[in-house]
Design a protein around this ligand. Structure first.
Ligand code: SF4
Length: 508
């Protein structure tokens, strides 16, 4: 009978969360490397190069892969013969591990969890509580899988109660088209089929904890209906041409995993949850002999891809930027930004627009006149960093504020990730503005382009405060030009249907 000590579970959870904050798993890296090798769309290939370079920098520097260090989801399987040497409940032990991981002084992780979600939404400051699923199973030990799930990808989860005669593959392909690029593809799709409504969603999340093995599956051929479905969905989704970051390209998903469960004869519940470029999960086992030890991955497994600024790309000075410059940018054009950028995301936009709509002045020193804003909530810096990982957040959450920001605040352009909605695109066209995207999932690489950072307004909002960043050669792509032409429409159109026939080679 195994005796599991409280400290062993807490330390193991804390270590595992630190580990996945900076190490992608080998299967994910190999799959992303394959996607890079096969990608023919220059914009998507550049984005994958940034993701891979970011991944290696994070593994070397032990800093987060993404500024969104996720909501913690833990799957805990407790052996029925386990005894505990613990004062806290299982939930309290897991949450203590989360707290220690996210407040680790050498690698501070961003606290993203808010309590009272339909009300005040106050940050809990230590990223607790985790979402914990506990199962009692035969055996002697405790099996734990922890994941840190990004908000951008979790937000795109979908569920449907289909009719038993409906096609699951058709529904998933349609769902992925609706998701847009806010889930930071390329990544994985987890699909749950059957059970009840909540069971289907849980199956989808559990399936995301599995290893990427689509090349092996294709090589050996499917041996079950579910494996046939995995291949069908994988091929059909990639044939959509969405591509990395929605820029148009050959790889949208690296794998599709499916779990199923018996269901009611009248029902066909289906859930799909995407996992992003910052796919983070790890498994460990406690047998009573002490905390789990997670070996660092071999960096030689990372593909030899090192993204550096392309000298042929147009360099843009943000200081003294003219509206005529903005109007000359074309969808799909890559730019390197240098100079001063303001930042802001949901909470700051809400406050700024409330002040502007009430005819009140903005806080002292804050002016968006002829400035560019970057939608970001960075990780706090450690050591000599001026800012922690600072990748873009999903831009369409700012769509409802865009008209006010352009018309009343005098903003010139915006940087974020994924597509804008019709309301924002219309405002961009009306005001001859532009929307640029940075690569979601390349946050540490982006932070290397930030040379100085200071808080300009709303310090009490923490990571949601308005900062002024001084950047040097920050890589972005024009996603919506001043005429309202959107790369997220034209890119996938151009690459639609081109996936079929691309060889998926098996790499060891
Ligand atoms: S890669 Fe994108 S979706 Fe994933 S955690 Fe980062 S910002 Fe969120």
């Amino acid at each position: 009978m195994a005796l599991i000590r409280e400290a062993d579970l807490i330390d193991s959870v804390a270590d595992a969360l630190q580990y996945i904050s900076y190490y992608h798993s080998p299967d994910f890296i190999a799959a992303m490397g394959r996607a890079y090798d096969h990608e023919q769309s220059p914009a998507a290939r550049d984005a994958i190069a940034q993701i891979l370079t970011n991944s290696r920098l994070c593994a070397e520097g032990r800093r987060p892969i993404c500024q969104d260090t996720g909501i913690v989801v833990a799957f805990v399987k407790v052996g029925m013969n386990v005894r505990w040497d613990a004062q806290r409940s299982l939930e309290e032990m897991v949450n203590e591990g989360v707290r220690r991981a996210y407040l680790h002084p050498d690698n501070l992780l961003r606290a993203s969890i808010v309590a009272d979600p339909a009300g005040k939404r106050g940050n809990t400051r230590d990223n607790t509580p985790a979402v914990i699923h506990v199962e009692l199973v035969p055996g002697e030990g405790v099996d734990v899988t922890v994941a840190a799930k990004g908000g951008g990808s979790e937000n795109k989860s979908m569920f449907a109660m289909l009719n038993p005669s409906d096609s699951v593959a058709d529904w998933v392909v349609e769902a992925v088209q609706e998701m847009g690029a806010g889930w930071c593809p390329p990544g994985m799709l987890g699909i749950g089929i059957g059970g009840s409504a909540e069971k289907a969603l849980l199956l989808a999340k559990e399936s995301l904890m599995e290893t990427i093995d689509m090349p092996q599956l294709k090589a050996r051929g499917p041996s079950s209906r579910l494996e046939e479905l995995r291949i069908e969905i994988f091929d059909r989704v990639n044939a959509l041409g969405i591509g990395a970051q929605g820029l148009g390209g050959l790889t949208t998903v690296l794998d599709v995993r499916i779990r199923d469960y018996p269901t009611h004869a009248a029902s066909l519940p289906v859930a799909v949850i995407p996992n992003c470029a910052a796919t983070r999960h790890v498994h460990f086992h406690l047998d009573g002999s002490g905390p789990a030890r997670l070996e660092p991955p071999d960096l030689a497994r990372w593909p030899t891809v090192a993204w550096t600024p392309d000298p042929s790309v147009r360099r843009v000075s943000l200081d003294g930027l003219k509206r005529a410059d903005v109007s000359s940018w074309k969808p799909g054009e890559r730019l390197l930004l240098s100079g001063k950028l303001l930042t802001g995301r949901d909470a700051a936009h809400k406050r700024i627009c409330a002040l502007l709509d009430a005819g009140q002045p903005l806080p002292d020193g804050l002016s968006f006149q002829d400035r560019v804003i970057y939608y970001v909530g960075p990780v706090d810096p450690v050591g000599k960093e001026v800012v922690g990982p600072a990748g873009p957040t999903t831009a369409n959450r700012m769509d409802r504020f865009t008209e006010t920001m352009l018309a009343k605040a005098g903003l010139m352009a915006m940087v974020g990730k994924a597509e804008r909605g019709p309301e924002a695109v219309a405002a961009i066209r009306r005001h001859k503005s532009a929307y640029l995207i940075a690569v979601g999932g390349a946050a540490y690489l982006v932070s290397k382009a930030i040379r100085a950072s200071r808080i300009v307004a709303f310090p009490e909002l923490g990571m949601e405060a308005v900062y002024e960043f001084e950047v040097s050669d920050m890589p972005v792509t024009v996603a919506v030009d001043s005429n309202g032409e959107s790369l997220h429409d034209s890119g996938p159109r151009q690459w639609q249907g081109k996936f079929r026939g691309i060889q998926v080679a098996v790499q060891s």
